[in-house]
Design a protein around this ligand. Sequence first.
Ligand SMILES: Cc1cc2nc3c(=O)[nH]c(=O)nc-3n(C[C@H](O)[C@H](O)[C@H](O)COP(=O)(O)O)c2cc1C
Length: 197
Amino acid sequence: MTAGPPLVVGVTGASGAPYAVRLIRALAELEVPTHLILSGHGWRLLRLEAGIGSEEELRARVGGDWGAIRLFTNDDRGAQPASGSAPSRGMVVCPCSMGTLAAIAHGHSRSLIERAADVTLKERRRLVLVPRETPLSEVHLTNMLSVTRAGATVLPAAPGFYGDPDGIDDLTDFIVARVLDHMGIDHGLGPRWKGEG
Ligand SMILES: Cc1cc2nc3c(=O)[nH]c(=O)nc-3n(C[C@H](O)[C@H](O)[C@H](O)COP(=O)(O)O)c2cc1C
């Protein structure tokens, strides 16, 4: 297992369940200690877009070693990721709904995901948010600016096509690779741009 404090991963109800599954699988394969939290709508989207309806089904889909992953319930704002005194290497919310992004922008902390993100910002740790929405309203853009000013990285689920992707898996890997890059986690996902030709 990779040494060091856990990465907190939130999964919320924006379209993009394959990104969440791929990210969790990559972290399991890399044996990165992970504290995983899914919102109610995160589970709903996992069911709808990936056919995953329970922790057992998620474990089966992720495969590999689940030993480094610990699942928390989103209601429990007293769990470990809710406190700044609990070490972490930062947090990723992938995918991140506009609702959760708004709550983070305003410090609501009404769920463990929101609280853990709030803690990540106050502790000046890395926070990466992966929203998926289109088009964007002024409210969305303002909230994205607020979290960026507070120290978060907004990394939209907008994969590039310059790497000649073969299909959905390659496009999914593109985003997960950028997330891992921003968290400072070494990985072998997807090609890196080396210039044309
Ligand atoms: C099928 C489906 C797709 C959705 N897609 C998105 C989306 O792409 N982006 C988004 O911000 N919200 C989306 N939503 C709405 C959120 O799930 C909803 O605002 C929810 O309250 C978010 O709660 P959470 O952030 O606690 O998961 C979707 C909802 C459903 C049911």
